[in-house]
Ligand binder design. Structure first.
Ligand code: AHR
Length: 490
């Protein structure tokens, strides 16, 4: 019997809703087809945005959306995506499949999408191939409420009032696709570009995010913190879970049990990465003013057979649900430093929450995890601890991974992931100084290969869970293998 201890007296940090954020790039069928079909499409839409997808994302509680990339961001010239659609420039999307980008989805469309979703905007600027002036003018175009060339241009394009840009990224992966820079060079470039990201709206200052490290490039974090921490609000981190090697990543639907465990173990590496990058940030910023922004994470497999290799379209199984559940628990646990995270990518790309096929749409197991976990958003993280066997014999693959938070009204939310493919877990939960009055629970479970297809969209979905016994100060429960359970404790 494992012991699970929750301490409501130990209130640690706020779990920002932005930890449950998403990322959408001009890549494959994420923006076009996935989110935006155009006003004239036979697919039901509101101002060009797919109604089914928007409704599903709202229901899931999407708090923030990052756009337009990714690698695409450092090749994106925002002026190509404004004004009458018929006269917008066409370009080749060189990173992603060499397809024609007609720029019909641009700044105005993105803010319309955020309006419909009721979420905040996280815009990623172009530092790699754009100029300081271009970035500065984009900020002026989006946020200046007065007389200026860019504000006039925005008004001429039909938007009288400025929008709110809550988050702004100054370049993306500038150690790679965003210019192959050294950290010292990027740090100076960051300082220069950031200077002209003006706060035109004094009431809502823009939260500036510097490009952070790739995986375990700790030197990048060290240099950026040393040279530029005082000029940033957030520093990003990118880490993808790739079961195989980059040339042969492994398939989304067909995998062995060993490959399942390798995937889970690699996903759990997030714990080490955020801890070690966090330790470096602590050296320069012990008060944790600068947020860690994990703005790209998720599984990355070989594309589905017969699809464009540049479109990164992959299916999604219970294995992905386990990855999502454990990763979100890690983020909750580090919410004293992690202020935002954005899974890659919202629709039809990588670890998507929904897939579309023409006018059809399905919700993936990952979607159900986000919807289940939305109860953690804006809560306070509690001290909690679970005993667990390690499935790797190296201490790198715990069977059980949890987090617990408390709402303002005193309701405790606890989410537990059982990563074992075969074994259930008996757990005795004790809550300090607490008299339990009511307990309810929800579960997402299945065989590790289970997934939702267009032929059968309801193979994986959440269910009420009642395999528990109430105690005075907690409960006993048996969590089935390959499952994620949420307990709502009153
Ligand atoms: O999400 C796909 C790509 O992965 C992004 O464009 C890039 O930032 C990262 O390498």
């Amino acid at each position: 019997m494992e012991k699970y201890l929750i301490n409501p007296n130990q209130k640690i940090s706020k779990i920002n809703k932005e930890i449950y954020g998403h990322f959408s790039e001009h890549l494959g069928r994420c923006i076009y087809e996935g989110l935006y079909v155009g006003e004239d499409s036979p697919i039901p839409n509101v101002n060009g945005m797919r109604k089914d997808v928007v409704d599903a994302l709202k229901e899931m509680g999407i708090p923030v959306l990052r756009w337009p990339g990714g690698c695409f961001a450092d090749e994106y010239h925002w002026k190509d995506g404004i004004g009458p659609k018929e006269s917008r420039k066409k370009m080749i999307n060189t990173h992603w499949g060499g397809v024609v980008e007609d720029n019909s989805f641009g700044t105005h469309e993105f803010f319309e999408l955020c309006r419909q979703l009721g979420c905040d905007a996280y815009i990623n600027g172009n530092l790699g191939s754009g100029t300081v002036q271009e970035m500065s003018e984009w900020i002026e175009y989006m946020t200046f409420d007065g007389v200026s060339p860019m504000a006039e241009l925005r008004k001429a394009n039909g938007q009288e009032k400025p929008w709110t840009v809550k988050y702004f990224g100054v370049g993306n992966e500038n150690w790679g696709c965003g210019g192959h820079m050294h950290p010292e060079f990027y740090a100076d470039q960051y300082r220069r570009y950031e200077t002209y990201v003006r706060n035109y709206n004094g009431n809502i200052p823009i939260y500036r995010i510097a490009c952070g490290a790739n995986v375990d490039d700790y030197n990048w974090t060290d240099v950026l913190m040393k040279k530029a921490a005082s000029r940033m609000n957030g520093l990003s981190l990118h880490y993808y879970t790739v079961p195989g090697e980059w040339g042969k990543k492994g398939k989304a639907l067909e995998f062995t049990k060993d490959e399942y465990y390798t995937t889970i173990e690699k996903a759990y590496r997030m714990e080490e990465l955020v801890s070690r990058h966090g330790d470096i940030m602590n050296r320069y910023d012990p008060k944790k003013r600068v947020g860690m922004i994990v703005d790209e994470w998720g599984t990355w497999y070989d594309v589905e057979e017969g699809t464009n290799p540049g479109f990164l379209y992959q299916q999604n199984t219970m294995r992905d649900a386990i990855v999502a559940g454990l990763t979100l628990n890690i983020f909750n646990k580090h919410s004293d430093r992690i202020r935002m995270a954005n899974i890659a990518q919202t629709i039809n790309v990588l670890q998507a929450v929904a897939l579309t096929d023409g006018e059809d749409m399905l919700l993936t197991p990952t979607y159900h995890i986000f919807k289940m976990y939305k109860d953690h958003q804006e809560n306070t993280l509690l001290g909690s601890y679970i005993t667990t066997p390690d499935l790797s014999e190296k201490g790198t693959l715990p069977k059980l991974i949890e987090s617990a938070s408390i709402k303002e009204d005193g309701t405790i939310i606890a989410t537990i992931v059982n990563t074992s493919a075969d074994d259930s877990a008996e757990i005795h939960c004790q809550i300090a100084d607490f008299t339990l009055k009511n307990l309810s629970a929800e579960i997402l479970t299945g065989e590790m290969h289970d997934y939702n297809s267009f032929g059968n969209k309801n193979v994986v979905g959440t269910k009420v869970f009642s395999d528990f016994e109430l105690l005075k100060d907690g409960f006993k429960t048996t969590v089935p293998p390959c499952s994620v359970v949420k307990f709502v404790i009153k």
